[in-house]
Design a protein around this ligand. Structure first.
Ligand code: URA
Length: 280
């Protein structure tokens, strides 16, 4: 047991147990530059002086801003990063070139905390493209989208209508795992937008399926909630042509709300019907 009053250094077992405890609590990433000793005795409290008339809280200096490149920081000039992303994405003529452009791209701070660039999975010549929000821990470790618990459910959903990974192409709005699986910020999403748009254009699927509200908002240009939006066929302009697009519930949501699988079953049947109508 580690306590603040024990002067002997903690044993390797105690440190391993502490790390495991952090991991179970979802803390699997250290993003501060210096380690914080949570067991150190707190510093003595400074005496509280009455504020002088000129030193009311409103006059105190603001805390220092995060460095522009710090993980999670808003970039110094998001518009410049978005423009750099647009140029890099537009100049990629193939999916391999797009993957390389993303691997070189330094304008999104998420790459600093992620282990892998999670570019895509499945079959680039598939007629169906699925887009999720962002990779999670397992995807970050393996560098492949939807391989964790949500991915296993996604595989079962596809199998229910006779499809396998090789029948679909899968990507995410944001290709790097946000620290601690937090929601990507609007700036991070805006910076990654040109890349996912170009990826859809290069894959040129017949049908686009947005997995969850975040992907639907990003790609279908809507503010409608996912429970209202799901199951509707909309148009998506790939830049080359209009294709059919539908949002459905995210598998991670279904893991928490299994009764909602009945709604997704309807969406899957609609997808199957659409595939039999679309020209190959
Ligand atoms: N959730 C997503 O949105 N994407 C993944 O790749 C994994 C989980």
């Amino acid at each position: 047991m580690l306590t603040g009053s024990d002067p002997s250094p903690p044993s390797a077992e105690a440190l391993a147990a502490l790390l495991e405890w952090y991991r179970d609590a979802g803390v699997d990433l250290a993003i501060d530059e210096f380690a914080i000793d949570r067991f150190a005795a707190p510093p003595p409290a400074a005496p509280v002086a009455a504020p002088s008339p000129v030193e009311t809280p409103i006059h105190r200096a603001a805390p220092p801003a995060l460095a522009p490149t710090a993980p999670g920081a808003v970039p110094a000039n998001p518009a410049a990063e978005v423009e750099a992303a647009r140029v890099a994405a537009a100049s990629a003529e193939t999916l391999d070139a797009l993957r390389e452009a993303l691997a070189r791209f330094e304008g999104c701070s998420l790459r600093l905390t992620a282990r892998s660039l999670v570019f895509a999975g499945g079959n680039p010549t598939a007629r169906i493209m699925l887009v999720g929000e962002a990779p999670g821990r397992e995807e970050d470790l393996q560098g492949v989208p939807f391989v964790g618990r949500s991915g296993q459910l996604l595989d079962r959903m596809l199998a229910a209508i006779g499809l396998a990974r090789q029948d679909v192409y899968i990507a995410n709005v944001v290709p790097w795992r946000p620290p601690g699986n937090r929601t990507p910020t609007p700036e991070e999403t805006a910076i990654c937008r040109p890349f996912i748009r170009r990826q859809i254009e290069l894959v040129d699927p017949d049908v686009l399926i947005c997995l969850g509200g975040a992907a639907a908002k990003e790609l279908l240009d809507t503010r409608e909630g996912i429970l209202r939006l799901r199951g509707q066929w909309l148009a998506y302009d790939t830049g080359k042509r209009q294709i059919r697009a539908m949002a459905t519930l995210h598998p991670a949501y279904l893991l928490r709300q299994p009764l909602q699988k009945r709604l997704v079953w309807r969406d899957l049947l609609a997808l199957k019907a659409a595939l039999s109508q679309e020209p190959h």
